[in-house]
Ligand binder design. Structure first.
Ligand SMILES: [Zn+2]
Ligand SMILES: [Zn+2]
Length: 272
């Protein structure tokens, strides 16, 4: 379907996306320029690259780029930024977790790019346990705690997929609820926008006690978020250029949460 038509039908139209990966992370495909072309085709006006950031002492080929690739990443995005000037506004960012003992490394990364987004994927840098597997209550509370400490640093422009910890949980239990309140309260306190992750739509729905829901964006989480003074924005979390032209998933994400009265980021983000 024509992208203009799709965008007109959308409940809420967002033409910026700050969550885009590249093949350097080991689990994404396409060239950097393919993502740029797809973004233009889909009617985006702003595209932010935010590939998974490296860790000095813990290389993980399948999860994130290495420091050796970081320089090439920065050069490539900056080159595209120049080349596509006037056609697409391109920004250079990175997505990374927060663990208190890595504060200095994160500060240095922040200085190399325009923005960092916080995406807490694992319990620790070596990925002992992933939040893309069923998580214990203890790990979920630790997840929320690390996010709070991360947001307190002021290094992060927004929080990606805050509800990813619901992935593969049997139920949105008391701990899930508690974590949602902790995260949303901290987002409100620090003025950090929360991302509704469109990639989660591709992972399908699951039957919870109160009906079929996506694991993420998980409606019970966003119902709690709606009770806080926080702003939300959509993130495509593209690991393939075709995810940028997949406006149907964006529409589904919008539709899923459209009755909650969430406050949305209406203007492009600005970076300090
Ligand atoms: Zn990824
Ligand atoms: Zn992520």
């Amino acid at each position: 379907m024509n992208s203009t038509v799709m965008r007109k039908e959308a409940v809420y139209v967002q033409t910026f996306n700050y969550h885009t990966h590249t093949k350097r992370c080991g689990h994404a495909s396409g060239t950097d320029e393919d993502y740029v072309k797809a973004a233009i085709q889909a009617g985006y006006s702003i595209l932010g690259f935010s590939d998974h950031a490296p860790y000095k002492d813990v290389p993980l080929d399948w999860a994130r780029m290495s420091y050796e690739k970081l320089f090439d990443y920065i050069q490539s995005v900056n080159r595209l930024k120049e080349e596509y000037k006037g056609r697409l506004e391109i920004h250079l960012g990175l997505e990374t977790e927060f663990y208190p003992e890595y504060l200095e490394e994160k500060r240095k990364l922040r200085d190399k790019v325009e923005y960092l987004i916080l995406g807490q994927h694992f319990t620790d840098p070596s990925a002992k346990r992933s939040f893309f597997r069923p998580s214990t209550d203890e790990d979920i509370l630790q997840y929320a705690e690390n996010i709070c400490r991360g947001l307190d640093t002021g290094l992060f422009t927004y929080l990606a997929h805050p509800d990813v910890y619901v992935f593969q949980q049997e139920e949105f239990n008391e701990t899930c609820r508690k974590a949602a309140h902790i995260i949303c309260k901290k987002a409100e306190e620090t003025g950090t926008p929360l991302e509704i992750n469109v990639h989660g739509i591709l992972r399908g729905k699951h039957l919870f006690q109160n009906g079929e829901q996506y694991y993420y964006p998980h409606k019970d989480f966003w119902r709690i978020a709606a009770g806080y003074n926080v702003k939300c924005l959509f993130g495509i979390d593209a690991h393939n250029p075709s995810q940028l032209t997949d406006l149907e998933s964006l529409r589904k994400a919008e539709e899923e949460l459209s009755d909650l009265g969430l406050q949305y980021v209406k203007e492009p983000l600005s970076f300090r």
